[in-house]
Design a protein around this ligand. Structure first.
Ligand code: ADP
Ligand code: MG
Length: 351
């Protein structure tokens, strides 16, 4: 038996953290948000396979930190695992930049308030700075990712098909929409091959942000709903379709306009999704059991110590310590809105 060479180990673990174009965009946008950015521009070339560029106007990276910014397990966000109990940032593992360096060519341009000019750093496979030069960009950080998966030919090939390219662009747009909804004050722009695909200006509240993402007809039918429970403390804030307002899709291929957030993090949560669909669909008994996918937003806020976000490398799945209590709260909100009681419905499926 032999120990794998360090470069192989690095490539293997990085390719688990960085799995797709959308995943790169997510990590870079979250870094921008953690840096307090109020504007983020995402530019893609050839669906991101040739170039992904994420530019923000956040606080930038201090010159002293730049040598380690892409070193594995270097982070400015937590000091020990205890800090995870009160996590308020999207990032915490110090893994993204270093992992992207292992699967693409990366340059980071950054300027803090104190810096007179910005500097562009070119990084190598292991995340070390190999060259630097002055740049003209303003305050904030721009990360450029070229030739994604250049050293993972099977994966690059997989993402190169027309179908996959289009799917990935849609995922990137959905991702921007999710952050647009949860951060109304954020200005966002998505450009593909120099054409603006989607953009959103700074707005005042979640309803205006939903208007910019779902459109006026969907938003006209959304009701603002709240629910608060103590011990464990759970806050639910959402925008749900008014009872009888048919703003949904019956196609399981587009369930993506159901936006769920746990502590401001866009998540996929199967059980919550199922509950939302079940209560919404129950209004349409003629659908013969076909699920409906409502356009809605649900924001769940719990104490940071009761969530484990470190479940999957892409952090889109979370473990809720009080899952049952959260589901019960969500159900109470849905019952008050749609009046459907699964316990009195013999056809309601139970897991
Ligand atoms: P993490 O986000 O888990 O800390 P990353 O590898 O994503 O790890 O980033 C490493 C560090 O680089 C961050 O902790 C932060 O200090 C810095 N950094 C990365 N991107 C940005 C950015 N857009 N603006 C400011 N600092 C950044
Ligand atoms: Mg990060």
């Amino acid at each position: 038996m032999k120990q794998l060479p360090p470069d192989t180990v690095r490539l293997l673990s990085s390719s688990q953290v960085i799995t797709s174009v959308a995943n790169v965009v997510k990590e870079l946008m979250e870094n921008s948000l953690d840096a307090g950015a109020s504007g983020i521009d995402v530019k893609l070339e050839n669906y991101g396979l040739d170039r992904i560029e994420v530019r923000d106007n956040g606080h930038g990276i201090k010159a002293a930190d730049t040598p380690v910014m892409a070193m594995r397990h270097f982070t400015s966000k937590i000091c020990s695992h205890e800090d995870l109990e009160r996590l308020e940032t999207y990032g915490f593992r110090g893994e993204a930049l270093g992992s992207i360096c292992a699967v693409a060519e990366v340059a980071v341009t950054t300027k803090t308030e104190e810096d007179e000019i910005s500097t562009q750093y070119t990084l190598n496979f292991t995340g070390e700075i190999v060259s630097q030069k002055p740049s003209h960009l303003g305050q904030g950080t721009t990360v450029s990712v070229l030739k994604l998966f250049r050293n993972l030919p099977v994966r690059r090939q997989y993402y190169s098909s027309t179908k996959k390219c289009k799917e990935e662009l849609k995922k990137v747009q959905d991702l921007l929409m999710a952050y647009a909804i949860i951060k109304p004050e954020l200005r966002l722009m998505l450009v593909h091959n120099k054409v603006v695909v989607w953009q959103k200006a700074k707005v005042a509240d979640h309803r205006s942000a939903l208007l910019a993402t779902l459109g006026p007809s969907a938003v006209a039918n959304l009701l603002s709903c709240h629910h608060h429970q103590e011990q464990p403390e759970i806050f639910l804030d959402g925008f749900f379709p008014k009872p009888g307002a048919d703003y949904s899709s019956t196609s399981s291929s587009s369930p993506d306009k159901t936006f769920i957030f746990i502590n401001n993090r866009p998540v996929h949560h199967k059980d919550i999704m199922k509950l939302l669909r079940q209560h919404y669909t129950a209004q349409y008994p003629d659908d013969q059991g076909r699920n409906r996918y409502p356009n809605l937003m649900l924001k769940i806020t719990v104490t940071p110590s009761s969530v484990d976000v470190n479940l999957t490398p892409d952090k889109t799945q979370v473990l809720l310590h009080n899952k049952e209590a959260v589901l019960t709260s969500v159900e109470a909100l849905l019952v008050s809105l749609y009046g459907y009681q699964p316990s009195s419905d013999p056809s309601a499926e139970k897991e």
